[in-house]
Design a protein around this ligand. Structure first.
Ligand code: ADP
Ligand code: MG
Length: 701
């Protein structure tokens, strides 16, 4: 048995208490950072560096530099501006800089007397009269010969209140010394160090480097996290993340589920009744879903398809297969409006087939709701559509075999988990189909959702015309109103979306009501409707029906119409305060138009001045309707954690890797993960433990 086959127990690594200076107080601080052993400490990685390895000439300094300089105090004085402060002007012959202190002792003032030679470290800022440093660290030296610099870049660690950088530095120094000893092999968990950027780097080498980079290290590469030594560690972190998701997936696949026989009778009936052909992408995904359903373990498939790519039919196909086999299927939507719409669409399809549809909404009367619950419990309702009301206590299913989660990105992880729990009957777990319109690059999806099977609908139904998009400042709002008026008179239908981001839902509804009144009074001959989140379900539904049947020309709405709403004749959309919305939301909203045969357009109304990011978002919307390109920009602006909506679960909170920046490592990471699973299973747990510690409850969908 060689060392790679040996399972590493948690006491392979000594506890931090073996280090000098770790008493109960510091141990407590370290625990808050989840540092228990020397390994944990070594993998507690710097977030950035300071360069104290060289002395900079004052003449070369730029605002923003963090650096060491030496010089002579030319003049110092205590002054009273708004508050008392000590100013010392320091020169080194190449230039002059001002040191500014708000808190200082008398002794300090005396020390900094004219003629004193000093060494200081701090951040250079632009002051009123040239460069300055506020509260630099400094030492006064009797003579310059005594001045020494650090022999490596200074690491700055993530820390917690009460734990000073200096302590972390002292502790990591000791841990690095321990690395020199004979314990070293245990840290190398990979049989062969991976080749990164043409170099084979051992984990030990990488750790030494990132904790104490030498003065000649490429500081720019380090600052942007792309140094080969950082990439070596990022590789391992991504690997650990991959392994943990694979493990999760294996666990799920050990759970039993009802295998659904491939019949396809109902499905074929629906397909034959459609006025259009399914796209090749839809067919491919449906085939994959049917194959999954045949397995005696739960399907866990994520279907990604841009807005309007036809995901509803995928959901329907899966439901039909399950219903035909004699089980129940549930479709969960994130908003009332979308649920209502699904109820319409599904009942149009299901009624001719003789399939019973049930639905639940938070706004049903008590009587209606208990009637529905009874039908769900006794199995009379075969397909069930609903919102989160489906999680209410008291909802039980007779024989639930499939859960479809539509527009997954709008649900919290807990809601999804709760629904899955509901579906567990005895030992049997329901199949799960998760649908999302958040298009993310494939490698990223494969990493973030490595515990799921993954399909993309990479094709829109034929005949869709890209929506032309313009941006118009609020000052020209009247022109937009005129355009809406003329469009509606020519038989077009339009949405006017009122958005307020920070404010409450109540305020958003208020704003919509105001706009509704304004437009209603100034647009003669145009029927204006209003829909917002505070209206009763019935009222909302009636308005949506009126809009769908062209009894309303212009629909003033809040962002309740953001997802899923499908009215093909609507061809114009106005979005107010577009500068405040994120790209994903803008893309979703705009996806409500451009569904019919007419040329569609979207007007982004904005208030100046635009921030840089807002401008980038609006420019992106104008430049493209491609969901993947929009998502790419969104990722760059917001980062993967936000975009994938998994931030609160802890997933993707990586220490050193960045899924976006390090994407190119992913194919190699996947190879390596496979190799470890088959050849070195013991290393798998050790790696997961190293990088993810005890926080393994993440990533469940
Ligand atoms: P999304 O993926 O956004 O949920 P939907 O399922 O709501 O998209 O589909 C959008 C519209 O496209 C619906 O009106 C639907 O009937 C229609 N549709 C779906 N598939 C096709 C297809 N293959 N050809 C033409 N129209 C389609
Ligand atoms: Mg949809």
């Amino acid at each position: 048995m060689n060392r790679y086959e040996r399972s590493l127990s948690s006491d392979t690594f000594p506890p931090v208490t073996v280090l000098k200076g770790v008493g109960s107080k510091i141990r407590g601080h370290l625990q808050r950072l989840r540092i228990y052993t020397l390994q944990d400490l070594l993998f507690h990685l710097p977030i950035r560096y300071q360069d104290r390895t060289r002395i900079r000439s004052i003449g070369t300094l730029q605002p923003g530099d963090e650096c060491v300089l030496i010089g002579t105090v030319e003049h110092s004085e205590t002054v009273y501006r708004k508050r008392r402060m000590l100013l010392a002007s320091v020169s080194d012959g190449t230039g002059r800089i001002l040191l500014r202190f708000f808190y200082f002792s008398k002794a300090q003032h005396e020390n900094l007397a004219s003629g004193a030679s000093i060494r200081c470290f701090g951040e250079v800022r632009r002051g009123v009269k040239g460069l300055e440093m506020v509260h630099p660290e400094y030492e006064v030296h009797p003579e310059r010969a005594a001045i020494k610099v650090e022999d490596h870049l200074t690491p700055i660690y993530p820390t917690t209140e009460g734990l000073h950088q200096l302590i972390l530095r002292r502790l990591t120094t000791q841990a690095l010394r321990w690395l020199e000893g004979d314990r070293v092999p245990e840290l190398d968990l990979l049989p062969v160090p991976p080749e990164i950027d043409g170099q084979q780097v051992s984990i030990i080498e990488a750790l030494r480097f990132v904790h104490r980079p030498p003065p000649e290290a490429n500081t720019q590469a380090l600052a942007s996290g792309v140094h080969v030594m950082q990439r070596r560690l990022a590789f391992e972190e991504l690997l650990a993340q991959q392994l943990s998701l694979h493990k999760l997936r294996l666990q799920i696949q050990k759970q039993p589920a009802i295998p659904i026989a491939p019949s396809g009778r109902l499905y074929t009936q629906v397909v034959e009744s459609l006025e259009f052909d399914l796209t090749a992408a839809q067919l491919r995904v449906i085939e994959a879903v049917f194959a999954d359903l045949e397995n005696p373990y739960p399907m866990l498939r994520l279907v990604q398809g841009d807005v309007g790519s036809g995901k509803t039919l995928i959901a329907l196909a899966a439901c039909l297969q399950v219903i035909e086999a004699g089980y129940q299927a549930v479709v969960m939507a994130p908003t009332e409006i979308l649920a209502e719409q699904h109820v319409q669409v599904f009942s149009n399809w299901l009624t001719p087939l003789g399939v019973q549809l049930g639905w639940l909404s938070g706004r049903m009367t008590a009587g209606k709701s208990s009637e529905m619950k009874a039908q769900i419990a006794n199995g009379q309702a075969q397909a069930i559509v609903g919102t989160h009301a489906l999680f209410q206590q008291g909802v039980t299913f007779k024989s639930l075999a499939l859960v479809v989660v539509d527009e997954q990105h709008r649900f919290g992880v807990h809601q999804r988990l709760a629904l899955r729990e509901k579906g567990i009957q005895g030992a049997l777990h329901p199949h799960q189909l998760i649908m999302t319109a958040t298009p993310i690059p494939r490698t990223l999806a494969m990493t973030a959702y490595a515990d799921l099977d993954y399909s993309v609908i990479d094709e829109l139904p034929p005949g869709r015309k890209p929506v032309s998009t313009i941006a118009v400042p609020q000052e020209r709002r009247h022109e937009v109103v005129a355009r809406v008026s003329s469009a509606c008179r020519h038989g077009q239908q339009a949405y006017w979306v009122c958005t307020l981001v920070e404010e409450s839902e109540a305020m958003q509804c208020q704003a919509a009501e105001d706009v509704y009144r304004e437009l209603n009074s100034c647009l003669e001959g145009v029927t204006v409707g209003l829909v917002h989140g505070r209206m009763k379900g019935k009222e909302k539904n009636a308005v949506m029906q009126d809009f769908a049947h062209r009894r309303i020309d212009l629909l003033v709405a809040t962002t309740v119409i953001e997802v899923g709403v499908d009215v093909a004749n609507a061809s114009l959309m106005i979005i107010e305060n577009a500068e405040r919305l994120g790209l994903a939301q803008l893309h979703q909203l705009r996806g409500r138009v451009g569904r019919g045969s007419r040329e569609s357009s979207c007007v982004l109304l904005f208030s100046s001045p635009l921030t840089q990011n807002a401008k980038l978002r609006i420019d992106t919307m104008r430049a493209t309707t491609n969901g993947f390109r929009i998502a790419q920009v969104d990722l760059e602006i917001r980062g993967p954690g936000e975009v994938l909506g998994t931030r609160q679960t802890g997933m993707l909170q990586l220490r050193i890797a960045n899924i976006l920046r390090d994407q190119d490592l992913i194919p190699q990471v996947q190879e390596c993960a496979k190799m470890l699973f088959t050849g070195h299973p013991h290393q798998v747990d050790a790696l997961i433990d190293r990088w993810l510690g005890k926080s393994m409850e993440f990533g469940q969908v």
